[in-house]
Design a protein around this ligand. Sequence first.
Ligand SMILES: Nc1ncnc2c1ncn2[C@@H]1O[C@H](COP(=O)(O)OP(=O)(O)OP(=O)(O)O)[C@@H](O)[C@H]1O
Ligand SMILES: O=C(O)C1=C[C@@H](O)[C@@H](O)[C@H](O)C1
Ligand SMILES: [Mg+2]
Length: 167
Amino acid sequence: MTRPLVVLIGPPGSGKSTVGAALAARLGVTLRDTDADTEAAAGKPIGEIFIDDGEERFRELERAAVAAALAGHEGVLALGGGAILAPETQELLAGHHVVYLEVGLSEAVKRVGLASARPLLVLNPRSQLRKLLEERLPIYERLAAVRIATDGREPEEIAEEIAGGLA
Ligand SMILES: Nc1ncnc2c1ncn2[C@@H]1O[C@H](COP(=O)(O)OP(=O)(O)OP(=O)(O)O)[C@@H](O)[C@H]1O
Ligand SMILES: O=C(O)C1=C[C@@H](O)[C@@H](O)[C@H](O)C1
Ligand SMILES: [Mg+2]
């Protein structure tokens, strides 16, 4: 069966896309990012999906993108930050090598910045991120076999640690 080597989960700003790219390069495999797959399926950026069709439709497209990638991608897979909210996705992740990238609130806010392209964080990113972390931390922790702290660390160093765990 085709399956990803590693599935990266974590909140916005935890570095799934950035660390995922460094890890894929290090392992000589490709990175797939379900946010990009969801955008491709919809034919428009995530922000526009939220505006035109609503979050519920985005989550529906995201669930399909995650299921397809879990069954069909052999490299590194980065999930959208909220993909793990879906019970169906939580079930599909069992049996995969799931790595949770941990980030503190202040560091996540700094990384995500103002004028975020992330629709859930457009207004008041600190307060939105705090709420989102409170809700999701137990889920990220439960689903992952490995937790990696990312605050104050370079993406390359984090990728090296994850790759070391695969050897
Ligand atoms: N370890 C790190 N140290 C410093 N900056 C980082 C680190 N990881 C990521 N960044 C920066 O933080 C920002 C967000 O990173 P990235 O897009 O990889 O997060 P993400 O987890 O994929 O977020 P999302 O869930 O929104 O897709 C980027 O500008 C990236 O360069
Ligand atoms: O945390 C979230 O719910 C999101 C994170 C991003 O990766 C995107 O999937 C989208 O902006 C929603
Ligand atoms: Mg990303």
